[in-house]
Design a protein around this ligand. Structure first.
Ligand code: FES
Length: 141
């Protein structure tokens, strides 16, 4: 798991585009946190390694397209609508906006801004001010 280099307090270099295999979530360390970086044909995304369902390591899951069915005989697969499938219970979240596939929850996958400058990938991770520090959440996530 490679560590990032910070080029500003919030902007972290996590590698070159070529280091990110298509449709695979690669976990990098950014300021001590696991961040999943995913390169797809549609774009490059950075996500938290924490599933909105029960906090599992969603970055160990798989990147998938969207499977829909209007009947058992009428199934389609949309390769352009990419989602991350959590390996724990199979919930899926769209990479482009973090919403849950099928609307099974209103919780969203946490995403981080990302910039690509001359084929180098930078994740923006703002450290919270001390007065904005997160408080631990209960088991219900
Ligand atoms: S923790 Fe990810 S689907 Fe349950």
């Amino acid at each position: 798991m490679p560590a990032s280099e910070a080029i500003s307090p919030d902007m972290h270099h996590v590698g070159s585009l070529a280091e990110f295999e298509l449709d695979v979530c690669k976990i990098v360390q950014v300021d001590g946190r696991d961040v999943g970086v995913i390169r797809t044909e549609q774009g490059v995304y950075a996500i938290a390694n924490r599933c909105p369902h029960m906090g599992g390591g969603i970055c160990y899951g798989t990147v998938t397209g969207l499977m829909t069915a209007t009947s058992p005989e009428n199934i389609s697969y949309d390769e352009t609508r990419k989602a991350m499938r959590c390996p724990w219970h199979g919930w899926e979240f769209f990479l482009n906006d973090g919403t849950a596939v099928g609307g099974i929850t209103s919780r969203r996958l946490r995403r981080f801004p990302l910039h690509i400058i001359q084929d180098e990938v930078y994740v923006i991770l703002r450290m919270p001010r001390p007065d904005q520090a997160e408080t631990p959440r209960g088991d219900d996530g």
